[in-house]
Design a protein. Structure first.
Length: 346
């Protein structure tokens, strides 16, 4: 598997070099610089208690607003906050306070490398500890989760929604089995038949560590459904978030790629479709027309929660905040401000 991830890193590294013309630092250099600058204004290392000891996670506060504070949950599991940097282009102008946050085992936080900590329940507890440490509450706290972060945000709402002002589920379905079905029955047939046949042959052999498997998916599938740009044009911040990914955590929880969930990944049976009606907090679900996730399912989710609405990104994929940014941020900002205004009139 390490060979497969290294191949992906090569793809992303080449893309980063082409895009990041204003700097000569490599991804690893940028990572080192950011970790070294943890004393920057707004950065806070938050202690997290776990069943195997105490560790610290990295957060950074951006902006200042007493009633609109958004905690960003990145995807993966095991990616990093960098792909959220595009929020800098939209949230400050909207006067929204927001927090970058690397979950435990992600690059800028502690990495105990302990599989006992790799569970949905443990990560939900971590988010609650982060909320308390940042002083967020039902009068100001919006939770925005992207992909795996969206899964985590739904689980958090089911347990702790009394602490939330608003919930934003970005590009994540409420069922991994349904996600697998969508990938296999809707998206896979859109690939070149010869490419799909080779992918399926490698999967049948469970040869996920084969560099050819990674090459096929990341060349033919990712630019269509993860981020709709040629790989060598992907934004540097997206490249950093993916090349910094904790591969062991990602593969254990999700599997070897975003092309559905294969093998014995921990999340393969996760499904809370029957639980959505328990979510009462104002909720926005977001889907992209070309997403790895089924946009119709995400529209349906908005009808299942008690106070939901759906934002469709007609040009977007899984990273809709990048390839359909105007629609994405217009809708997110409108939702946040509407919830804020309505709360002030109650």
């Amino acid at each position: 598997m390490r060979n497969a991830i290294l191949l992906l890193s090569l793809f992303l590294g080449l893309s980063s070099c082409k895009n990041n013309k204003e700097t000569k630092t490599t991804n690893s250099d940028s990572k080192s610089l950011e970790i070294a600058n943890n004393n920057n204004e707004g950065v806070k290392m938050i202690p997290i208690k776990t069943p195997v000891g105490e560790f610290k996670v990295w957060t950074k506060k951006m902006g200042d607003n007493p009633t609109m504070k958004v905690l960003l949950l990145h995807g993966g599991p095991g990616a990093t906050h960098e792909y959220f940097k595009i929020f800098d282009d939209y949230f400050p102008a909207a006067n929204i306070e927001y927090y970058y946050y690397d979950q435990l085992e992600s690059a800028h936080s502690d990495q105990p490398n302990n599989k006992e900590l790799w569970s949905v329940e443990r990560y939900v507890d971590e988010v609650e500890q982060v909320r308390k440490a940042l002083g967020l509450n039902k009068d100001n706290f919006y939770l925005l989760g992207s992909s795996w972060g969206g899964l985590l945000s739904m689980e958090y709402a089911l347990k702790y929604q009394d602490n939330l002002k608003g919930l934003i589920i970005s590009n994540m379905m409420a069922s991994i089995p349904d996600y697998i079905t969508y990938a296999n029955e809707v998206l896979a047939p859109q690939l070149d038949p010869e490419v799909l046949a080779e992918i399926r042959a490698l999967e049948a052999q469970e040869d996920y560590a084969n560099p050819r498997y990674t090459e096929l998916i990341h060349t033919h599938y990712y630019p269509k459904h993860v981020l709709r740009l040629p790989l060598d044009e992907w934004p540097n911040d997206v490249n950093k978030a993916m090349s910094n990914i904790n591969e062991d955590l990602y593969v254990t929880m999700q599997g070897p790629s975003e092309f559905g969930v294969v093998g014995d990944a921990k999340l393969k049976d996760w499904d809370i479709t029957s639980e959505l009606s328990k979510i009462t907090v104002p909720t926005l679900t977001i889907g992209g027309e070309y997403d790895t996730m089924d946009p119709k399912h995400m529209a349906w989710m908005a009808t299942e929660v008690q106070n939901g609405q759906y934002l469709h990104c007609p040009n977007g994929s899984h990273f809709a905040m990048h390839d359909d940014a105007e629609n994405y941020f217009r809708g997110v900002i409108k939702f946040i401000k509407k919830v804020d205004q309505e709360s002030q009139t109650q």
